[in-house]
Design a protein around this ligand. Structure first.
Ligand code: FES
Length: 97
């Protein structure tokens, strides 16, 4: 569904869950993570199940992540070099994220 075309966008480096990774730039955080296959945004505090960005326009809040120390909607936050993003996915295996 979401494919990243490296010929059309720049790349930025971020720290995601403690690991430095390169992601597409010039888009919002949610789209950049989806483009590299990171589809889980958080663990629901009520169901304790993984959530993924849903609306990508600031309505559903399924994309909440800790971005530079503040919980924000990833779909409404432009990605930039050096961002520190924590999805708090401690309870699920890395292979699923
Ligand atoms: S994906 Fe719905 S608010 Fe971000």
């Amino acid at each position: 569904m979401f494919k990243h075309d490296p010929t059309t966008t720049s790349t930025v480096e971020i720290i995601l869950d403690g690991q430095t990774i390169a992601v597409p730039g010039e888009m919002n955080v949610a789209a950049a993570l989806l483009a590299i296959g990171k589809i889980i945004s958080r663990i629901s505090p009520t169901s304790e199940k993984p959530c993924s960005p849903h609306c990508l326009m600031g309505v559903c809040f399924e994309c909440l992540m800790e971005i530079d120390g503040v919980r924000r909607q990833a779909c409404m936050t432009p990605i930039r070099d050096g961002m520190v993003i924590n999805r708090n996915l401690k309870d699920i295996q890395r292979g699923q994220s």
